[in-house]
Design a protein around this ligand. Sequence first.
Ligand code: ATP
Length: 816
Amino acid sequence: MLSPLEKLNKFLELEREQNYENRAVVGGLDKAVPYWEKEARAFQLPDDLISFVVEKLQEYPRLTPEQRRECVHQIYAQIESCNASTKPMVAETEPTPAQSRGVKLSERASIATDAPVETEQHILRTLQTPLHRVSGVGKKTAEALEKLGINTLQDLLYFFPRRYDDYSRLKPINKLKYGDEVTVLGVVQAIASRQVRDGKLQLIEAIITDGTGTLRLSWFNKLWYVNRFPKGTQVAVSGKLDMYLGKLIMKDPEIEEIDREQLHTSRIVPVYPLTADLNQKSLRRLMYRTIMQWAPKVSDFLPASVRSSLKLLELGVALSQAHFPDSQDVLDQARWRLAFDEIFLLQLGVLRQKHSWKSLQARVFDVPDTWLEQKLAQLPYELTNAQKRAVQEIRADLVSGKPMDRLLQGDVGSGKTIVAALAIGMVTYHGAQVAVMAPTSILAEQHYRNLSRVLTQSDESTLPILQPEQIRLLTSDVRGAEREKILNDLQHGSVKLLIGTHALIEDPVQFQDLQLVVIDEQHRFGVAQRAALRQKGNNPHLLVMTATPIPRSLALTIYGDLDLTVMDEMPPGRQPVETHVLHPLERERAYQLIRHEISKGHQAYIIYPMVEQNENGEHLSVVQEYTRLQQEIFPEFRIGMMHGKLKPEEKDEVMAGFRDGKYHILVSTSVIEVGVDVPNATVMLIEGANRFGLAQLHQFRGRVGRGSEKSYCLLIPESDDALENERLSVMVETNDGFVLAEKDLQQRGPGEFLGTRQAGFSELKMANLTDVHIIEKARQQAQLIFQQDPELSLPEHTLLAKKLGEFWRNGRGDIS
Ligand SMILES: Nc1ncnc2c1ncn2[C@@H]1O[C@H](COP(=O)(O)OP(=O)(O)OP(=O)(O)O)[C@@H](O)[C@H]1O
């Protein structure tokens, strides 16, 4: 039997669909209303809801179609608000088939008649309900949403539109002009398909009308549109107006069925990301119901002081408006508030992380002045002022009794290795152990070689700090007996310095006395991985190194838990690398420059974006080009080839060969992006340069110009696309890594800039890490709260503490 709300809903649905014939199912209005009213009272629906609906339905027959739609909308809104204040949209038990069948308002109403009174706790718990248990969300929809990472009601509230269609700025059809790019609303008057071009193509044509005129639409090969948008469907179409036989036409427009009820509530309509199993219309309906019911109930975790000082929208309002905005202005405010939340939580977490480390005790590693002076005197060069400052700061950290948390940021070639080596020396001087973690095995191998050379007495340019057997390399390629021996020696303390990839975090790796962790970060490890490696010791000191200069706004956000040392000075004698963007047809000029440099005794790199050609053979690849270069272009030179698919011994052999001058040219993929140090190389040719970000190109370029010889970097994009070349021309204009990083961040956004492997920003849905204004405000507020209540134990911070834990667990993996 249908409940009163189900009956009303059925009636309204038929009304909405203008399905007058079927209205007989629920009887005529004059009969339906008194009957409905009686039943509604028997079901103890709230009196005010009943009288409101009855009053509205009685007006109904006298209304114009436009007013009727408004009336239906008002009834819906009233039921929504009534539902919202009395019961959750959630089935506390598994839904019955009737409950999971559709999206009926009434089902929700009937499920929850005996729902408990909602406390804050209850709401928080309910928001964690898995979607498949939410009434009105079918199994298929729940599964499709799960694919988008949306598992609970709360996730749904934070599942923001991809874009918005602003129907408040619509043009009526009779005002359209040739060339306009517009969105038009109308009803499909006719739609049909026919075969054209000897049956090779299906042409679909439709006519829509909005009462002011008609507009013709056409598509090729979208046969399913004929069934998807039959006559009478209310649609929104977007595209550019063209002319055909003197009449306006929109060719291949985007088309979408429109919910009239939503157009009434908001003229700026959200467009959500979809998967194959979701359609915009039903998803938007689900979102509407969820938002209307739940957004107003969400408790605001931001302390009132923060909200009022920044005049932020209340959280519930911000969530509703971010989905169904009343105007562009409120939408902007809503997005600001939600972006602020994300950065604020990130900053607050970072401050707590720092506080929790700083409250720990760490071992003191003091070295006598004479030790340091003696080591520095053994170097073949004098440290730059920036290097000296970095060494002093690290030395001060190591005697502070608190764990060091330092980020050493220095542009390519600024000499970070020797600074790290001295830090390692200060700790191993006392017999303790050090771990160095790098993001790739090539880089780990490079560090192993460099640090082994610098730290053991192999020639006059090195520091006799460790014996060669005290330094070991551990990557996933090191296996069997060799691995066992390393792990054993590490546990017994005879290995003092272990260098490797994230293999170091794995369980079997046990140190006897780990006291310093050095991470060559390249933004590729998240806070969680740093913490995991740190767990291997007893509050060890931490030094993070990065060669990509990070714009300040970003550094504060992602590395706010670290103290910062910037090495902003290059060793003396460095000349800027002369950079040119060449047309693909000018490749021979590049080859000539390479020949010329090699004839002077120098070496060259040639970089390709791919290891092997893809199926279409579109992109130049290392393997094919290596053969061509060796046979046709440079038969007189020895060429080495390097890419990630080589075996570790092969990589070693190639790198060592290039360093020792056995190869004149090294052709490689991006594996040599960072850390490779061969000062004799003076030319870097980058093919497919358009496929790399500016910061990455700068890293490549940093492989040359490492000595005092003049060096060159040649960029060849795959096409002569003017825009692309414009982007690359920034490389010609500046050698300053900071400028390039800022540009890169603007061009590609933080996700790309930081690299796909960056762990930890999945919780940033609204915020853009380039928005310095929000970052500054969020940082100030986070600092204020943190100074007041570092443990977030005041009653007004209870919700905030909870939210913070949730945010960091979901997005960044850890917070203590
Ligand atoms: N103060 C200095 N004077 C002269 N040469 C130096 C000085 N410091 C370092 N070098 C040399 O500069 C080169 C680059 O140093 P290093 O490899 O440490 O750079 P880096 O900062 O690690 O750069 P990248 O991030 O590109 O690897 C090395 O050949 C090193 O020996």
